[in-house]
Design a protein around this ligand. Structure first.
Ligand code: SF4
Length: 363
């Protein structure tokens, strides 16, 4: 992997850019939840704005030490079939290919493992591939992590070589934020581009990425997206609704319109999960989320309003359809572990303080 970006990983380096912020942090916090910020991404911050959205997403906060919440909010451990392989929805296999990311998002729902010692990532690629071969109901694979593009080019090629041979797979997805936080990983690496082009000709490849704020869509980032598209890859975007980052209809409408301009279809807006170290400072109440989504839909058209507002719990991907009245919300599993629960519309109580519906939420 060729990239020469300086990475900000400790308080000493952070102090150089954000001395006041660094003074509030401790090395213990960074040991518990590591920090990594490519210099390119850090320079997207407006350093005069202490509420800058990119700062909030990338720079640690003492609020991460609050212990409320849990670490596995969607039952990932229960769905693990081999080291690094999850099979929750019958048609999809999810591969945790690495624990590394170019940037450790402060709101990450895999905070339990990113940048840390873990046994949850793939130990043996062949064991993963064998499981998928033996399960013809699996039609697509999501190679995730961590960030799948933090794997070496050789490892990416190995996955593609082995997965492209499986007839019952229709397509392969990569989960990566490198087009956003480290576009140099793509732009500066003709070998990676060649690998992607070669296998895209064999099986359709998708990149599932995660722009959360319009400021992330820089010239370099758009160039990386164009480069991936030139290899034949289709790019889709899933955002997370984050307090103090994008909890405004104008921000999200601008983001979704800007994404469609460069050929990226926004397909999910996720409710932020009640993860330890995340929930207390990033979650937005669901009622407020519904109002934001309604306003975004009024301001957008066509592909920019193609997204669904969802939360991912142990049962599945629960779509939040809207409020029926002041105290009642309409819900529907868009994807479910138990297929028969899909598509049934049902009601639940909602208050101004409802932030989550857990896996006990049955249709
Ligand atoms: S890139 Fe993805 S896996 Fe990595 S920290 Fe960000 S949200 Fe988590």
């Amino acid at each position: 992997m060729k990239q020469t970006q300086k990475m900000i990983r400790n308080l000493e380096s952070l102090r150089h850019y954000l001395p006041d912020v660094a003074a509030q942090l401790s090395e213990e916090l960074l040991e518990q939840y590591p920090m990594a910020i490519p210099e390119y991404y850090l320079n997207l911050i407006d350093f005069s704005n202490k509420n800058d959205p990119i700062l909030r997403m990338s720079v640690p906060s003492p609020e991460e030490l609050q212990v409320d919440g849990t670490f596995d909010t969607s039952g990932e451990c229960q769905n693990t079939k081999a080291s690094g392989l999850q099979h929750k929805y019958s048609e999809t296999a999810l591969i945790l290919s690495t624990n590394l990311c170019a940037m450790y998002c402060r709101y990450c729902f895999r905070k339990r493992l990113v940048g840390l010692d873990t046994e949850e990532t793939v130990a043996d690629v062949d064991a993963v591939v064998d499981y998928i071969k033996q399960h013809p109901e699996i039609h697509n694979v999501l190679i995730s992590g961590g960030d799948s593009f933090l794997n070496s080019n050789g490892k990416i090629a190995e996955y593609l070589e082995k997965l492209c041979e499986i007839d019952h797979l229709d397509y392969i997805r990569f989960g990566t934020k490198t087009p956003i936080v480290l576009p140099q990983r793509i732009l500066g690496d003709p070998e990676l581009q060649q690998i992607l082009r070669t296998y895209c000709a064999k099986k359709q490849l998708y990149v599932s990425t995660q722009y959360n704020h319009p400021n992330e869509l820089s010239k370099e980032s758009v160039a990386a997206i164009r480069c991936l598209q030139d290899q034949g890859i289709i790019i889709k975007n899933q955002s997370v609704l984050l307090r103090g980052v994008n909890d405004s209809a104008d921000t999200l409408a601008t983001l979704f319109k800007s994404l469609t301009k460069v050929g990226i279809v926004p397909y999910y807006l996720f409710q932020c999960r009640p993860v330890t170290g995340v929930k207390t400072h990033f979650q937005v109440p669901i009622k407020q989320g519904i109002e934001i989504v309604q306003n975004v839909k009024r301001q957008t058209s066509g592909n920019a309003k193609d997204f669904r507002y969802v939360l991912s719990n142990e049962r599945g991907k629960l779509e939040i359809l809207g409020c029926k009245d002041q105290d009642t919300v309409l819900l529907q599993y868009h994807q479910a572990k138990h297929t028969k629960e899909c598509s049934v519309i049902f009601e639940r109580k909602i208050t101004d303080q409802t932030y989550w519906y857990d896996g006990n939420t049955k249709p």
